[in-house]
Design a protein around this ligand. Sequence first.
Ligand code: FAD
Ligand code: DHB
Length: 393
Amino acid sequence: MRTQVGIIGAGPAGLMLAQLLHLQGIDSIIIERKPREDIEGTVKAGVLEQFTVDLLNEIGVGDRMMREGHFHDGIELQFSGKRHRIDLRGLTGGQRITVYPQHEVIIDLVNARFNTGRDIIFNVSEVSLHDVDTKEPKIRFKQNGETHEIQCDFIAGCDGFHGPSRLAIPDSIRKEHLHLYAHGWLGILTDAKQANPELIYSNHDRGFALLSTRTSTLQRHYISVDYHDDIANWSDDRIWSELHARTAMDGWTLPDGPINSKNIVQMRSYVLETMNYGRLFIAGDAAHTVPPTGAKGLNLAASDIKILATGLAEFYKSGSEDILDRYAEIALRRIWKAERFSYWMTSMLHRNPNHDSFERNIQLTELDYVCTSVAGSKTLAENYVGLPIQWEN
Ligand code: FAD
Ligand code: DHB
C-alpha cells in the first residue's frame, strides 16, 4: 500500500494528526497494535486545556465534548488542613479547563476517521520502520499472520512511550532525558457523588490525593503509592480509608461508593530531543512523558500534532520544509515548559520520604506562597490552563 503519511498508533496524537491532515486533503494510513474496543475503553486523562478543546472543535470532533464536558474555572489546593482556590479564569484573562475523558475523545476521533471514509488498521504486530532517512520510508507490520508494507512520504511515530518508532533513530544521534519518581498513582473510577464542584489536589502528611470527576455519578480519584506496590494489596476499603484521610476537612465528608476499576501507573519525566530523523517525526508520549500531576500529557500531544500537521500542510502546498525542519525546536519549547511545570507540581504536592523536617516546611511554605501571592497563583494558573505555542524565536 501507499500513502502520503504513515501513522503508527491510534492514540490521541495519531488520530488528531490523521484528522488534521484529512482536512488539508492529505492522505494517511493509521496502524494500531490494539483492537478498537481497547483504545476506546482505556481510562486515562481527564483534563483538556483550552488549546486542546479549540483544536478538537477546529477539526470537527468537539460537539459531544461541548455538550457533555465539564468546564472548570478553578482548582483547589489542600494542605495543612485548609483548602485554597486558584481562580484559573480570573488569573488568566478568561481561560478555563474542560474535564472530558480521554477515551471519549478517542471515540469521537475514531468515529470522525471512519466518517472520512478512511480506515484504521487494528491488531497489527511486528511493526518495523525502514529507510526513514530517505524520501521513501516504509512501515512493515503483520496482521492476521500476513506481512504488509506501507510506502509513504513521511512516517509519524505516535505510538506512545513503549512504541517502536523512536528506536528507528540511531542510538548515536538519539538524545534523550529520563527522570523516574518513587511514586506511582493509584487511580480509581467510582460510582459516587461528585466530591466538589472543582478538582482538589491535596498534599497530606499521609501522601498526595487528587479528587476529580467524570459525571455527576461517576468520579475519578487518585492517591500516590509506592510504584512497586501491587494493586492486589489495595482493597477497596483501604483505598477509601486513604482517600478519606488525605482529603479530610472539618465539617466535610468525601462521598464514597463502589469502585469499578483501579490500577497503578508509574510516574516518569522523559524528553526525546531528537524528535525527527529524516522523514520520521515523533509526537506525543512517544517523544515525551510527564508525571500526571500537571495534567499535561494529552495536551502536549495535541500541540505537537498542531505543529507537525502545519509543517506537513506547508510542505504539500508549497514544497517548503521550513516548519518541518523546525518541528522539534518549536515543539520542545512548549514541551520543556510543561515538563518543568509537571515536575514542579509533583515536587510541591507529593510527600518526599527523604525530606527532613526543614524541607517539609519549605514545601508547605511554597504551597502557602502560591496560594496567597497573586504572582504565585498566576504562575500556577497560566501553566495549568496551558502556554501558547511559540512559532518564532
Ligand atoms: P498513547 O495514548 O499512548 O497512544 C499510543 C498508541 O499507539 C496506543 O493506542 C498504542 O496501543 C499504540 N501503539 C503502541 N505500540 C504500537 C505499535 N508497535 N504499533 C502500532 N501501534 C502501537 N494528560 C492530560 O493532558 N491531562 C490529564 O488529565 C492526564 N491525566 C492522566 C492520568 C493518568 C492516570 C495517565 C496514565 C495519563 C494521564 N495523562 C493526562 C496523559 C495522557 O493520557 C497521555 O499523555 C496521552 O495518552 C498521550 O497520547 P499519545 O497518542 O501520544 O499516546
Ligand atoms: C485527572 C488526571 C490528572 O492527571 C490531573 O492532574 C487531573 C485530573 C483526571 O483523570 O481527571
